[in-house]
Design a binder for this molecule. Structure first.
Ligand SMILES: Nc1ncnc2c1ncn2[C@@H]1O[C@H](COP(=O)(O)OP(=O)(O)O)[C@@H](O)[C@H]1O
Ligand SMILES: [Mg+2]
Length: 219
């Protein structure tokens, strides 16, 4: 793996947001299938909430999943990924991939899913994720990309986007949106299980899908 030259560290990847998450394009007939659909906003009052959201999310991840995490430095993207890794039961310490572009965390148990944790802020372009030549098959992994918005969604037509916004009172506002797949159902189950405080739900809501039983076994 080599460092990617020529990338302007001052450029904010969030400038490349495809869709304003505040403007829900909806998923009705005629909606752009490539547009992000707002699934809801939730308050993360403490780091424990961020961790809980991550763990519940990690518990429902499957091979082939793509997650994009956006938000300013210190917003909690790595903290969320740490929770995801715990929920997926992967090996190794999830840490900020500052000195490497990506880290591969194999599952602790057979049959588990590999976590690939990428720092897209240092990644020059979406194509380069393939060029990283990771010692793993991305189709067999769940890929979590920090600063991924505007960059890594080019990797696939289906993804979940979590934006973390650090507020003046140090709480975080999580804005969750997705393109394609069964993310609305999975997110509804995850946020119900994590018992997060709703900040805003789109008309029609996503809260109908309360999970049967516990999402995270052995919790
Ligand atoms: N909901 C929250 N409320 C308060 N602090 C939080 C919350 N979520 C995360 N943090 C804290 O924010 C800090 C920065 O998190 P980090 O994951 O390194 O940010 P990023 O990866 O976005 O740069 C960590 O110390 C973490 O514990
Ligand atoms: Mg980070």
């Amino acid at each position: 793996m080599t460092a990617v030259p020529g990338r302007d560290p001052g450029a904010d990847p969030r400038d490349h947001h495809r869709a304003d998450p505040g403007a829900d394009p909806g998923a009705g007939p005629g909606a752009d299938p490539g547009a992000e659909r707002l699934l809801g906003r939730w308050w993360l009052a403490t780091a424990a909430d961020t961790d809980r959201l991550g763990r519940r999310l990690g518990a429902v991840l499957r091979a082939g999943d793509l997650l994009l995490l956006s938000g300013a430095l210190g917003a909690g993207k790595t903290a969320l990924t740490r929770g995801i890794g715990a929920g997926m039961r992967v090996r190794g310490t999830v840490a900020s991939p500052t000195f490497v572009l990506a880290r591969v965390h194999p599952p602790a148990e057979p049959g588990g899913v590999v976590l690939v944790h990428v720092d897209a802020y240092r990644l020059g372009g979406a194509a380069e994720l393939d060029d990283l030549d990771l010692d793993t098959d991305l189709a067999q992994a769940a890929v979590v990309v920090e600063w991924g918005s505007g960059l890594a969604e080019r990797l696939g037509p289906v993804y979940l986007h979590v934006d973390l916004d650090r507020r003046p009172d140090d709480t975080r506002l999580a804005t969750v949106s997705a393109v394609g797949g069964d993310w609305p159902e999975r997110v509804a189950a995850v946020v119900a299980a994590a018992q997060l405080t709703v900040a805003d739900e789109p008309a029609g809501g996503t809260g109908a899908g309360v999970p049967e039983g516990d999402v995270l076994a052995g919790d």
